[in-house]
Structures are given as C-alpha cells and as structure tokens.
Design a binder for this molecule. Structure first.
Ligand SMILES: Cc1ncc(COP(=O)(O)O)c(C=O)c1O
Length: 400
C-alpha cells in the first residue's frame, strides 16, 4: 500500500523512477496544451496536423483487415511496404536501397530514432545535436545514457557553425541531422551537407537523419537526403515516416534505411521493443505510396507554403517578427516586443490574451537563446489557422 501511495505524488515519482529517466520532465508543450484546453484556445503549440489524410489511405485499411493482415509481420515490415519504400526512395530521394535488408519499418520515426540509438550507440558515447533541437532527440539520447553535445546554429541566419561542430565532433559517436528542421525551418543545402559529410568522415561519425518533413518545402528549396552524398552513404541512418506526409500521426508508421549491418542491428531492437508496426496500417500505407502520384507531394508543398505565407503575414502585422521557414511547418516568432522575462511568460501572455497556444522557445534551446522566441505550428487546417489568425489580429489591433 505504501508503494502505491508513493507512486501518486511527485516525491514518490522521484523515488520510484530509474536513473535512466531521471532527467525527463513534462514538456512545456503539454502544459500549454492543458491551459489551452481550459481557455478554449486555438492550439498551434503541438505539432499535430489536423488536415485530413488522403482518402485512398483510409479506404485501404478495412480491406487489409478483411484480407487477414492482422497478425505480426516480419520485424522489418511487410514486403509490399518495403518494396514501395525502396521504389519511392529511389524516385524521390535518389537512394538505391535493397528492400530486403536495408529497410526497417518502425513505430513512427520516433521508434526509428530510439531503436537506432539503442542499437548503434553505447552508454557514455557522445552524440551531437544541432540547436534549436527537437526535444525527443535530446531526451531519447539521454535516456539511452549518451552524452549530448549541443551545437547552435548561428543566430543571425541559422547557418551551421562549423568551427563549433568540429570541436564537438572530437571523440563523438554520432551526429543528428534534422532536415527540414523542427523548429529551425532550415533545409540544409548541398554545400552544408558536404561540409557535414566531411566532418563525419574525418571524425568517423555516424550520421542519423530525421527527414520526417521532407515533402514540406517552400520557395523552391529542395530536400537532399544526406545519405546521397558519397561521404555519408555508408555511415548514415536515414529516418522518415508518414505521420506528417499523410497526416496520420496516430498510425505510427515510420521507417529507416541504413547499410545492411546497421539495419540488421536496428531491426533486432525493433523486434525486441515493438515486434512490428501495425500490420493493416502498413498495408494501407503501401497501397497509398504506390497509388499517389507526384502531384500529391507537390500539392503538399504548395498548400503549406500558402499557409506559411498567410500565417507569417499575420505575425508581421502584429509585430512578432517571424523567422521565415524554408521547410517543415513551424515558425519561430520574436516575442521580445512583449517585454516578458521568459518565453514561457510570453507564450502564456499570447494564450491568455489572444487565445492562441504556442510553445516557448526554451523548449528548443539549452541556453537563453530560446527566451526571445515562441514556436507556432502552421500545419493545421485552414479553418483552424484562420481562427488563430483572427484572434491574433484582434489582439494585435487591441494594442498588444
Ligand atoms: C523532427 C520530428 N521528428 C519526428 C517527429 C515524430 O514523428 P513520428 O510521428 O513519425 O514519430 C516529429 C513530430 O513532431 C518531429 O517534429
């Protein structure tokens, strides 16, 4: 009984949890979501897209279940999906991969990242993350017992700080690259990737990419899969998934491709932790990848660019200057005009006064750099975005 009671309070939590998870704290995103619900606000905090999935996708689930796709699949995913992915990786990304041994279907790209870290890094290994970072990368690395080395993008133009990366690379095991980036909005160009490739080669680093926003590209920016560079081909785990591309964050269908030996090691962990990704959903995603033409993906980029332009226009109008993203569907807005002492206070002010939730910049930076920004997600239906924009403009007109 005593143990049961302990588990319910914070001190109890501290007493029962393992050292491995001791650094995990509830994210600011969760707290903002809670307050947003209480205030009936519009939530542009969490990266959950509420646009509808492709029609064909939903229609492909029931037939898969009726066909009997209800059992465990191979640990690395069903053949139809692995083949569809290999074909797509060749056509869209310029990557030639063997669907039999170089692809693992995972529980979202989150599952792909976690199994990669577990399979390829030892506790105590150092892993480099580029700042602003995606919190799950940081926390997953920490839970796996890695030393995290954070290297900031240059504050003026979010370009890479190669000197700092060079320093961080000494004795490190891996570098994480998120392109298009959340929350930076950066789409790393060929020259930048070549520099990173050389760095990885020189320091014998593993490169773990997160390309989940690969189709969300604006102003003609092109996504380059780092593994297409000769310097990175044999040392890169390429991670992506369909949460964002098909707007199915709850389906948990992701994948990775890597050289055979790495894919095999990661596959073992994937099997151990998850057995496999949901079988009928794997089947439905495979059908959809095969059926959709390039126009779907082009439409995605075009449609989200319009959303970006509209939303950034509103931020400019109300004096919260946006850092215009090149890709993904987040924007960092400068909240210094609000005169608050922290990004948390600024985000709360915007939520309470305008009724729109964002994420405090402190969630993405280890130092003070995050305190002058908040992140809005514009990966939302037009209806949700318009509601948020109206609220922000009304608040702005009232003299924010
Ligand atoms: C950079 C990045 N990686 C991964 C994910 C999660 O992807 P998945 O649903 O495939 O696990 C997100 C979601 O917000 C993200 O922003």
């Amino acid at each position: 009984m005593a143990i049961k009671a302990e588990r319910t309070d914070r001190t109890g939590l501290e007493r029962v949890r393992s050292d491995r998870v001791a650094s995990l704290v509830q994210s600011d995103i969760r707290a903002m979501t809670q307050r947003c619900l209480e205030l009936d606000g519009v939530n542009l905090g969490q990266g959950i897209c509420d646009t509808p999935p492709p029609e064909l996708l939903a229609g492909a689930v029931a037939p898969a279940i009726e066909r009997g796709d209800n059992r465990y699949t191979r640990y690395d995913g069903i053949g139809r999906l692995r083949h569809a992915l290999a074909d797509r990786l060749q056509r869209h990304n310029g990557l030639d991969v063997d669907p039999d041994g170089e692809i693992v279907v995972t529980i979202g790209s989150t599952g792909a990242f976690a199994t990669t870290v577990m399979a390829l890094c030892n506790p105590g290994d150092a892993i480099i993350l580029i700042e602003p970072y995606y919190g799950y990368h940081l926390n997953t690395a920490r839970v796996a017992g890695l030393e995290t080395r954070l290297v900031g993008l240059r504050p003026d133009d979010f370009s890479l700080d190669m000197a700092a990366l060079e320093e961080a690379a000494k004795g490190a095991r891996a570098l994480v690259l998120n392109t298009p980036g959340n929350p930076s909005g950066r789409v790393f160009n060929r020259r930048e990737l070549e520099q990173l490739g050389e760095l990885c080669q020189r320091h014998d680093l593993l490169c773990i990419t997160d390309e989940i926003y690969e189709y969300f590209l604006f102003d003609g920016h092109r996504h380059i899969s780092p593994a297409t560079l000769p310097s990175l081909r044999d040392r890169t785990v390429t991670i992506s998934g369909y949460s964002k591309t098909y707007s199915i964050t709850g389906w948990r269908i992701g994948f990775l491709t890597a050289p055979r030996d790495m894919a095999q090691a990661i596959g073992l962990v994937n099997d151990l932790f998850y057995v496999c990704a949901p079988s009928p959903l794997q089947a439905a995603v495979a059908e959809t990848i095969k059926a959709l033409g390039d126009d779907y993906y082009q439409g995605l980029a075009h449609g989200f660019q319009l959303k970006r332009d509209d939303f950034c226009g509103v931020l400019n109008d109300i004096g919260l200057t946006p850092r215009i993203p090149e890709g993904a569907y987040y924007v960092l807005a400068d909240v210094t005009p609000l005169g608050k002492s922290s990004s948390q206070a600024a985000a709360m002010e915007i939520l309470e006064q305008a009724g729109v939730a964002s994420v405090p910049g402190s969630a993405f930076f280890s130092g003070d750099e995050g305190e002058s920004v908040v992140r809005f997600c514009f990966g939302k239906s037009d209806q949700t975005l318009h509601a948020a924009q109206e609220r922000l403009l009304r608040w702005g007109r009232a003299g924010a």
